[in-house]
Write a protein that binds this ligand. Structure first.
Ligand code: NI
Length: 173
């Protein structure tokens, strides 16, 4: 396993429509292991392959850091994930992103979603996810479609976030 470098907003890979996975081999499973390791190292609760510079439709989520022990169900790797149903009910909650460190903003999303895809062995899976689990999956699935959370806030908030981001980048040594 290996910790990979997380790419930051500004890298075009984060804006690309990622490629579907067609081969479920050891390379894919290695990618998934590296994604989990990279996510844990960065203390995140989700990561998408484009965030380590790999433009394929793979996401991982693990909420245990935030929710305690009980959440075996809330650790998942999904390949070619698609949101096939979302609730009309929405709610607002603050989000961050490992590719936009230090920025956070409130994002409105559906409370519940159904996500379909495959596991890393190629088996079809259907996941029903609510609340933070659903939010994390929606955020990561956005990544494989080239969407970042800043795209889901009001234009004014987006401008402020981008201004803050440019300032943070300018301060880097
Ligand atoms: Ni993110």
């Amino acid at each position: 396993m290996a910790i990979r470098e997380i790419v930051l907003m500004g890298d075009p890979v984060l804006r690309a429509e990622a490629e579907p996975v067609t081969v479920f081999d050891d390379g894919l499973r290695r990618l998934v292991r590296d994604m989990f390791e990279t996510m844990y190292h960065a203390e995140g609760i989700g990561l998408a392959a484009p965030q380590i510079g790999v433009s394929t439709r793979v996401v991982v989520v693990d909420l245990r850091r935030d929710e305690g022990d009980d959440v075996q169900d809330h650790r998942i790797a999904l390949v070619n994930p698609v949101v096939t149903w979302s609730s009309e009910d929405t709610y607002r909650q603050s989000e961050g992103c490992l590719s936009i460190p230090e920025l956070e903003e409130v994002v409105r999303r559906p409370v519940s979603v159904v996500v379909e895809g495959q596991d890393p062995d190629g088996n079809d899976v259907v996941v029903e996810a609510d609340d933070l689990y659903g939010r994390a999956l929606q955020h990561e699935i956005d990544h494989v479609n080239g969407i970042l959370f800043i795209d889901r806030v009001t234009p004014l908030k987006r401008r402020l976030l981008l201004k803050k981001w440019r300032k943070l980048l300018a301060e880097e040594p």
